[in-house]
Write a protein that binds this ligand. Sequence first.
Ligand code: ZN
Length: 326
Amino acid sequence: METCAFCQKRRSLEESHIIPKAVGRAAKRRLLEEHPTFVTTSGERNVQDIDKLDLLCRECERLHAELGDDPFLRYLFHPFFGQPVGLSAQENSERLAFIKYGEWLRRFAASVSWRVIAAASKRGELSDEFGPADLRRIGRAKQVWKQYLNGRRDDVGPFHHYALPLHVVFEWELLDVQPSSYLNRFLGLSFHTAVKRVAGTLCTYVKMPRFIFIGKIHPTSATAIDVCPRIHADGTLRLDGWHTLPEALLRYLNEQAEWHSQAHDNPPEYFREKSKANAQRVLRKRTRDEIFDSDEIRLFAMDEELQRNWTKASPLGLQSASGSDQ
Ligand SMILES: [Zn+2]
C-alpha cells in the first residue's frame, strides 16, 4: 500500500503513464508499425516504454483518463498524427474544422501537466533542480490544477495552459545554432516530459508526437511563452496560420532533438538486433510506394532540407496545424 498522489488515500497503486495510456498505446501501435528503428526518451529503452511509475490508485487513474483522453485522441491526435506530415493548407483546415472544442482540452492539459509535476516530485527530481521559492510555486500550480480537476474550482487561476500542434519546422534561424539533423523527426515522433524553465518561464512541458502542452507556473504575467496558442476557459485554441515560438523554446527543442538523434544513432546492442528484425518485417509488408510515402522518409527528407537551408536568413517560424503551403 502506498499513498495515491491524487486522492492521498493509502491504496495499491497502478502503474501510471505520465503521457496518458490511451495516447501512448495509439502512438506505440503506429510508431512500431512505421518506425521500427525509432528510439524514444532514453537510449536504453525503445518506444514501447513510455515513461510510467506507480503514482495513482485505480480510481484516480480512471478519473484522469476520463477527463479528456478520448476527445484528445479523436479530435487532435489521430487526425494529425494519423496522417502523413506535410499536409497542404486545404488538408489542414479540413482537420481543424473537424475539432470539437470543449472544456475537455483544458482538462486534458491540466491533467498531463499535473502528472508531470507529481511524477517528478515522486522521483525527487524537483528538489535537485529548484530552490525553495520555485518549489513553492510548483506546489501551488499543482494544487490549483488538482482543485480544477476534481471540480473544487472552475478555473486554473493564473496557471494557464498552451497547446502547440507541431507540424514541421521548415525555416530556422538561430544565429549560432545549427538545427539538429533530427529536428523534424523529433517533433513528429517522440515523447518527452519535464518541469523546466524555458524562455524565462517556469513551466511543465509535455512533448508527444505532433503536440506540445505547456503549463505556465511562474511568472504568471505575460512572458515569451505567451506567443504560443493558449487554451481558453471554454477549451478553445486559436490557431491561425503560422505561429512563432520563443527562441528559447526552439533552442530547447533543438537540444532535445540532438539528444534523441544520438540515442537513435547509437542504440544499445539488444535494441539494434530487435529494430533490425522489426525493420525487415515492416519492409517485407510494404510496397515501394508505401515506404517512400511513410512519415519516417518524409521527416528524414524535411530534415535534409532544413540542413540545406538553415544559413539562409528566414523568419523564425513553425508551420502550425492550420498553416499555409509556403
Ligand atoms: Zn487515488
